[in-house]
Design a protein around this ligand. Sequence first.
Ligand code: GLU
Length: 426
Amino acid sequence: MKKIPPQKRKNIYENVNKQFNKASDLMKLDANIKKILNTTLNEITVHFPVRMDNDQIEIFTGYRVQHNNVLGPFKGGLRYHQSVNIDEVRALASWMTIKCAIADIPFGGAKGGIKFNPSKYSKNELERVTRRFTFALGSTIGPEYDIPAPDVNTSPQIMAWILDTYIQMMPPLERKRCLHVVTGKPVEAGGSLGRNKATGQGVVFTIEEWAKENKFDLKKSTYIVQGFGNVGSWTSRLMKSCGSKLTAAEDVSGAITNPKGIDPDDLFAYAQKKNGLIAGYPKADAIDKEVFLRTKADIFIPAALENQITSETAPLLNVKLVAEGANGPTDPEGDMILKKRGIHVIPDVLCNSGGAIVSYFEWLQNKRSEFWELEEVDSKLRKKIITAYYKVKNKAKELKTDWRTAAYIVALSRLEIVYKDRGIFP
Ligand code: GLU
């Protein structure tokens, strides 16, 4: 069997630019505004020393890229991963601007991260790395200026450490007003109910809407998931309530299948004991990546890293729908192949916007000293993401284009209006 090359480290910032140019050409975006949105506003790179458990010092490199803040404070996650680099962070920051504009939440776009593999460090080291990174960022972030959140390999615990460190840098009187400097905090430390599952919940809401519209019975459906971190595991566990059956899953440790169905809660409980990894799950068979991608199912949920659906892998997929839980899982060539093959895509900037939406709710609750019930969070999330869904769908229909391009156009039109209203300083 032909071996699939390991994830190609293609420059994803180029993908963003291609997507952006396609949309801006089709909508005839004002050429000057195009120049602004084609560029990131601020790019911060920090190198900082941290003492390891063995008493040695290690130097880390972290980034925060702020793409745009015309709609509100910069917003976006922090990623801890060995492949983090400035172009990746630029791309992810740009997608946040688009995502927040489509979801109609008053935020701009940013993203950050540290280039390292957190699984190789102790909990105490992770805490020191996080706190030192926060200190290095200093006033680059702030509750009304730039608000980080979890992303790949970062958790509510890490957000709590960032909050605590940020507060130490503030004068005592200001401290109580800083709770909203990060979102995705643990509930007891100022987080929102429903935030931890929010990205997965949003993915499921969009899939349900797609199924309803296409008279597709989710109870009889099957799906496969790539990645079993926060987004992959929550999406899978929530799909259970729709009656949809998980038949294969893949993560960095390997791929598994069981045509009779894998119980996502049971798989999650297993992974919890194995550092979050799924390999070796006893109630499924191990398969290779190619067999995983070829699995016949109704829905594929990529919920891992970018550039997974490419010219090499898109021809293998045997599904009707791709619901993008990850950011940037499909590159422009992959998109073209999916389109030709009649596989519908709910694009990332719409499909995975649930996390950003509930981050906005958390931010609002913190500012107003409120605490919303879970039902309230969920129903507000559903309303926002479904509104965005129809904005994208209707735009695609109107312009006879794909949903990704339509999603960009919805966002860019909104940004264009604000720039035209406000003008360019000086
Ligand atoms: N990291 C998530 C994303 O890519 C959430 C961002 C946020 O809540 O600010 O959408």
